[in-house]
Design a protein around this ligand. Sequence first.
Ligand SMILES: Cc1cc2nc3c(=O)[nH]c(=O)nc-3n(C[C@H](O)[C@H](O)[C@H](O)COP(=O)(O)OP(=O)(O)OC[C@H]3O[C@@H](n4cnc5c(N)ncnc54)[C@H](O)[C@@H]3O)c2cc1C
Length: 268
Amino acid sequence: MIQSVETHATLAEAQRAMGSDAIFMAGGTLVMRDVNAGVAATRIVRSSDPVLADIRLSGDGVTIGAGVTMATIAAHRDLAFLAPVARSVGGPQIRNMGTVGGNLFAPHPYGDFAVALLALGARVNVAGQIGAPRPLADVLRERGRVGIVASVHVPRPQAPGDFGFLKVSRIKPKGVSVLSVAAHLPRQGGRIRGARVAFGAMGPMPLQATAVERVLDGQALDAPTIARAAQVAVEGLDPPTDALATAWYRREVAGVHLKRLLERMVRG
Ligand SMILES: Cc1cc2nc3c(=O)[nH]c(=O)nc-3n(C[C@H](O)[C@H](O)[C@H](O)COP(=O)(O)OP(=O)(O)OC[C@H]3O[C@@H](n4cnc5c(N)ncnc54)[C@H](O)[C@@H]3O)c2cc1C
């Protein structure tokens, strides 16, 4: 039973107000579901800190406030590389409310936007933590113990064709993921340098496909390389069985969809 909803002017105050009886709420697309089901924490903490809504471009990337919604990203002229990812999250109502910060902590099979951020090598600014932003992979691993996320810093792909995202769902256009996959493949002299590939719904949280990255790194993105990458797609992943698909099915199709994504990136 909810006893209070508190809105704090700054993230620092909101962070201080947190406790074991409280949950931070952003867009509330998931938190409110728990409230309606009677399983939410007793206190809801919110913040009106403007940093949450800020989108700031810098030389190499963009810093996106954790409270920025999927709809805002889909419509932002400087975030075209992320627009298809944002548009893949839920239907219009979910995109109007659902935020970047909430997507980082959304349980399986959600987290499509986090998959893209992981592939892009995003780093996370946590409220009240001084120093360098934290790698997203660490934050995803430590869900529940991280604190309030203020923003994410996302490196921008140097060429539009360096980044690709694919979501596989059963219900079009707004079903949740059987799996999602994102790849950031910067190229120098035709060779991939610093490949990053991530899968969603293939584990308890979005996961980096390090075996795939090893296969791709230093290679040209051609048919033999893509075939080798597809062969190792599920190495290190741990897909669950749920109402959408069995773990077996997810394992079987992960390589197929990775191949489709990489072939699409070749075609440009
Ligand atoms: C019908 C439906 C369809 C959906 N479809 C999709 C989909 O296709 N793809 C997808 O990825 N997701 C989907 N979702 C899940 C969800 O809507 C999105 O992931 C959304 O981005 C969550 O954001 P939110 O702001 O609403 O999160 P909230 O509900 O406000 O919060 C979710 C969780 O994140 C935590 N949190 C929120 N902000 C922060 C922060 N700044 N710092 C720390 N913790 C924070 C909350 O404490 C809570 O634990 C769907 C949900 C519903 C109900």
